[in-house]
Design a protein around this ligand. Structure first.
Ligand SMILES: C[S@@+](CC[C@H](N)C(=O)[O-])C[C@H]1O[C@@H](n2cnc3c(N)ncnc32)[C@H](O)[C@@H]1O
Length: 207
């Protein structure tokens, strides 16, 4: 069931964007959701930014407002085709996040939104290691994704959402202590902030 609905939402961008818009109400709307992970970051026009698992450019459209050097990476040719149309200001690369075609120390900022919950745990580790590799020393990994609600009122909504649209990897992610995982890989976790009754986490970690 969940995979059918997720596949449908990937096939029809209006459906994906509609679901995101409704889910983002919990943090004050889509524009706010899309910029949660950018809070407090310094991004100049020449800052090298990677939008990892960029999808159809949903967050890339905000990143290009700050930097002229934004690259979106995704494994899905269909999403990338849409991203190229939606946000032509960025460059795009089709690749897997766990094996990125970039040299070491390439980016000042790696951003990822709503993607890590799709990864198996070993894959998640590989991706974080890859992010560490491609970030410049002092560069920042900033992410937003699901988290286990800390306010019980949010559990029914989050559970329903995960049951309808996600797979077991999302349930695994909310049981994972991402700040600890990031630290084990070598990051210094600067900030870890919860939103929407704890159901969303934003983490900023420095290489
Ligand atoms: C839920 S979408 C998130 C898209 C966008 N970042 C957003 O905030 O709406 C997850 C994206 O991750 C991509 N993805 C999943 N696994 C991937 C992998 N191993 N490597 C690269 N991209 C991947 C999918 O193709 C999809 O576009």
């Amino acid at each position: 069931m969940a995979t059918i609905l997720r596949d449908l939402s990937y096939r029809y961008q209006w459906l994906y964007d509609g679901i995101s818009r409704v889910a983002a109400i919990s943090v004050g709307g889509e524009a706010r959701f899309r910029q949660l992970a950018l809070k407090g970051l310094t991004i100049h026009s020449d800052t090298q930014v990677l939008d990892l698992c960029c999808g159809s450019g949903q967050s890339t459209q905000f990143l290009v407002k700050y930097s002229q050097n934004v690259t979106g990476l995704d494994a899905s040719p269909r999403s990338l085709q849409r991203a190229r149309q939606n946000v032509p200001e960025a460059a795009y690369v089709e690749a897997f996040a766990e094996k990125m075609p970039f040299t070491d120390n390439s980016f000042d900022v790696v951003h990822t939104s709503a993607a890590l919950h799709e990864m198996q745990s070993e894959q998640l580790q590989q991706i974080i290691q890859e992010v560490y590799r491609v970030l410049k020393p002092g560069g920042v990994f900033t992410l937003v994704d699901f988290h286990a609600p800390t306010n019980p009122i949010f559990w029914p909504g989050v559970s329903l959402f995960l049951l309808l649209f996600e797979t077991e990897t999302a349930w695994q992610l909310i049981k994972t202590d991402l700040p600890v995982l990031l630290s084990e890989i070598g990051f210094n976790v600067d900030q870890s902030t919860l939103y929407a009754g704890g159901s969303l986490q934003v983490i900023q970690a420095k290489k």
